[in-house]
Design a protein around this ligand. Structure first.
Ligand code: ATP
Length: 361
């Protein structure tokens, strides 16, 4: 396994001379820790597969370098990069047994038979494939075939990294959660650098220690699930992570106050140096806004509906044209559809042109 450094890496399918805002992968410099479990998360078309393919060598980047343990591997082919890949759909040999499929990447590299048998047995055990090792891989369910693909991706212990591209797409929904947790456990046992591409936040947050969020070709934040939740670096992260996502409201911000539609909301930090001309917004997660009876000093909202999620209820409300979600405490009702909103100042973030601004203490 290796540490992977991306240095000013960018890719354009339209050639190097295309304007940078059209790049499928906008310039990124970042490090992927040796042995880390990473998820590359973002909606369809944000550039995840492009970045993964640049790391694997399927695509030669328009710009920048990729280093594995400090060595520039940008010009190397996929084969020479010493990585394993698991794709959306199973890639297995039907004519071989399950065990032979798992052994294939090791045999290819000339590993002694005794060592191959040991490693295949270990991966078979970890993926619950033991009972099938001597069975032909044909006529297995799509789930079982994809498990073999996962096993083939994980069987080599000498790879720089294992790259997964939406590997649970074909898996039955009921089995998905099992395999997700299994992959996490496998990461702990096998000590491999893993990069897992998905558009599904639950998959990303269950699997990864570090989630790298992409939006419109850009890496907008890389952090632990808790960091993404508590301190979204970009309004997109706030909105995309969490269910419901973060509330985002246009505001005028000065010092320790935000004004929304003329109403003042207190902030915990001071914002005196916001860039002039920037679009200023505040972001607050629904968990940190409460609907209460309307009253003096409270922002007034119209309630559209209340969603009861069992352990928590969220009111869906409107403030002018803006739609928000807010926690509805037990016993809360509104006879006329109006409510007051109580914000927790410790959890209000300020954004300038969608980027988080650190206020002063
Ligand atoms: P998905 O989950 O749908 O695969 P993604 O996040 O992996 O999406 P990419 O496949 O990397 O996104 O695509 C990023 C952008 O690059 C998109 O606008 C896409 O249309 C474009 N793109 C991808 N592959 C090519 C290609 N071979 N030629 C031209 N444009 C491409």
């Amino acid at each position: 396994m290796a540490r992977i450094d991306l240095v000013d890496l960018a890719h354009s399918y339209g050639g190097n001379d295309a304007p940078q805002e059209t790049f499928a992968l906008k310039p990124v410099t970042m490090t992927w820790r040796q042995g880390g479990a990473y998820a590359l998360l973002g909606p369809s078309g944000c550039g995840k597969t492009t970045l993964l393919n640049v790391i694997s060598g399927i695509i030669t980047p328009s710009r920048g370098k990729i280093l594995f343990d400090g060595v520039d591997i940008t010009p190397l082919s996929t084969q020479k990069r010493n990585i394993a890949q698991v794709f959306q759909f199973p890639v297995i040999y039907d004519t071989m047994t399950v065990g032979q499929n798992l052994a294939f990447p090791l045999k290819n590299r000339g590993m002694p038979k005794a060592e191959i048998d040991k490693r295949v047995a270990e991966i078979g055990r970890l993926l619950d494939l033991e009972p099938h090792l001597n069975r032909k891989a044909t006529r297995l369910t799509a789930d079982a075939k994809q498990k073999i693909s996962l096993g083939r991706g994980l069987v080599r212990s000498d790879v720089a990294a294992v790259l997964f591209d939406e590997p649970l797409t074909v898996i039955d929904p009921e089995l998905k959660w099992q395999l997700r947790s299994k992959l996490k456990a496998l990461h702990r046992e096998l000590d491999l650098t893993m990069i897992y591409v998905t558009h599904d936040q639950t998959e990303a947050l269950t699997f990864a220690d570090t989630v790298v969020v992409m939006h419109d070709g850009r890496v907008v934040q890389s952090g632990t699930p808790a960091e993404l939740f508590d301190k979204p670096a970009h309004t997109f992260v706030g909105y995309f992570i969490g269910s419901p996502g973060m509330n985002i409201l246009a505001a005028e911000v000065k010092g320790r106050e935000a004004k929304v539609g003329g109403h003042v909301i207190a902030l915990n930090r001071a914002y005196d140096n916001l860039p002039s001309g920037a679009k200023i917004e505040i972001g607050v997660r629904p968990e940190f806004v409460e609907v209460v009876a309307p009253g003096p000093g409270l922002l007034t909202a119209k309630i559209d509906r209340i969603d009861d999620l069992g352990r928590i209820r969220f009111a869906r409300v409107r403030v002018g044209d803006a739609k928000l979600a807010a926690r509805a405490p037990a016993g809360f009702t509104s006879s006329d559809g109006n409510a007051g909103l109580k914000f927790d100042p410790a959890h209000i973030h300020v954004y300038a042109d969608s980027l988080l601004v650190e206020g002063a203490a």
